[in-house]
Write a protein that binds this ligand. Structure first.
Ligand SMILES: NC(=O)c1ccc[n+]([C@@H]2O[C@H](COP(=O)([O-])OP(=O)(O)OC[C@H]3O[C@@H](n4cnc5c(N)ncnc54)[C@H](OP(=O)(O)O)[C@@H]3O)[C@@H](O)[C@H]2O)c1
Length: 321
């Protein structure tokens, strides 16, 4: 089967398409024929080879040359312990190596939302699960709360705006001028254009600050937090190739030590339960994936180049079949 591989770290030119062995279905696995995937900063960091991650990913060259996580497709075969899927079922989920024609997935797979395409479904797993787990489990979001989403126009942000609204919050999204209409159309009550206004000088106080874009100091963030706010760090600027977003996270954690607000960072996890919750929200029309660009698998490098600008809009999808 065809798959995207990288044999060295570096810029998107390291990504190649190769013929690799098709995975075998395991006893408890579901073999999925992948129709679409989507790109995320995690893959960009793997490709770039952050120094801090190389202890586990391979010091000089990647130990695992495969990339990708999000997939949508159809079930090709199931292991003999699997009773809840059958060949032909339309599914979506998360599995490493998803920039490929097939994946064998154990847990993180469920029925795809029926009302959206495979391309739209492939945009959901990583970004929407991050938004859901971050707002619900870390942010402890409640109806009526004021929630600020810094970085509202990206993959995670476009889901976070919609999910925060679904929880009944009053949502403010921060993005640049070109994305103001998009964020408003996703249901944000207020939009701050960061090219014209500094959200940390707004005089507002928020109960949850969902910080996807990062890049500000604790002193600045603190100005807009209520005394009991939950400040959720999701990511940070891509500028540091040694520590990646960890440099921003560590700086905030250290400088916020002893604050009355709860400051948390988390790593989202694929779960079948959360994929099902998201499917229900999508089928109910509460959440809709926004796909800005679609690339064929053999142009994955171009998709990663666009993601690497740090200003990609919403989700970028790879069409595989
Ligand atoms: N903790 C986790 O488990 C987890 C999971 C997934 C992702 N992440 C992290 O979350 C971050 C975002 O992921 P993503 O998929 O949303 O990335 P993305 O789609 O590449 O985000 C790009 C968006 O960021 C916005 N942006 C850039 N600079 C900004 C600024 N100064 N202020 C506000 N918005 C700004 C851009 O909007 P404009 O063009 O309008 O500037 C663009 O739409 C990354 O650091 C990623 O590593 C963490």
């Amino acid at each position: 089967m065809k798959a995207v591989v990288y044999r060295s770290y570096g810029a998107p030119d390291v990504l190649k398409i190769e013929e690799v062995e098709k995975p075998a279905v395991t006893e408890n696995g579901v073999l999925v024929r992948v129709y679409a995937s989507s790109v995320n900063p995690a893959e960009w960091y793997s490709m770039a080879g952050l120094l801090i991650a190389r202890a586990s990913s391979g010091l000089f060259t990647p130990k695992d040359p495969r990339l990708g996580a999000d997939f949508a497709g159809t079930v090709e075969a199931v292991g003999n312990q699997v009773t809840d899927f059958k060949p032909g079922d339309e599914v979506y989920g998360g599995r490493s190596g998803a920039f490929a024609e097939y994946v064998n997935v154990i847990n993180a797979v469920t029925r795809k939302p029926a009302n959206i395409s495979f391309e739209q479904a492939a945009a959901v797993p990583t970004a929407a699960i991050t938004a859901l787990q971050g707002l619900r489990d870390q942010g402890k979001i409640q109806a009526g709360q004021k929630v600020l989403i810094n970085g509202a126009a990206g993959g995670v942000g476009t889901f976070a705006v919609q999910i925060a609204k679904a929880f009944g919050a009053e949502v403010t999204g921060v993005c640049s001028t070109k994305n103001v209409d998009l964020i408003r159309s996703l249901g944000a009550d207020h939009v701050i254009d960061y090219t014209k206004e500094d959200f940390t000088q707004s005089g507002q106080r928020y109960d949850v600050l969902f910080d996807i874009a990062g890049g500000r100091t604790w002193k600045e963030y603190k100005r807009v937090l209520s005394p009991t706010a939950n400040f959720v760090i999701v990511g940070g600027p891509k500028s540091n190739l040694v520590l990646g977003p960890l440099s921003h996270i560590l700086k905030i954690k250290l400088t916020a030590f002893g604050a009355s607000q709860k400051v948390s960072f988390f790593i989202a996890k694929f779960t079948r339960e959360d994929l099902a919750i998201l499917r229900d929200m999508i089928e109910a029309g509460t959440v809709k994936p926004v796909v800005d660009r679609t690339y064929p698998l053999n142009e994955t490098a171009d998709a990663m180049r666009y993601l690497g600008t740090g200003h990609a809009k919403a989700k970028i999808v790879l069409k595989i079949r």
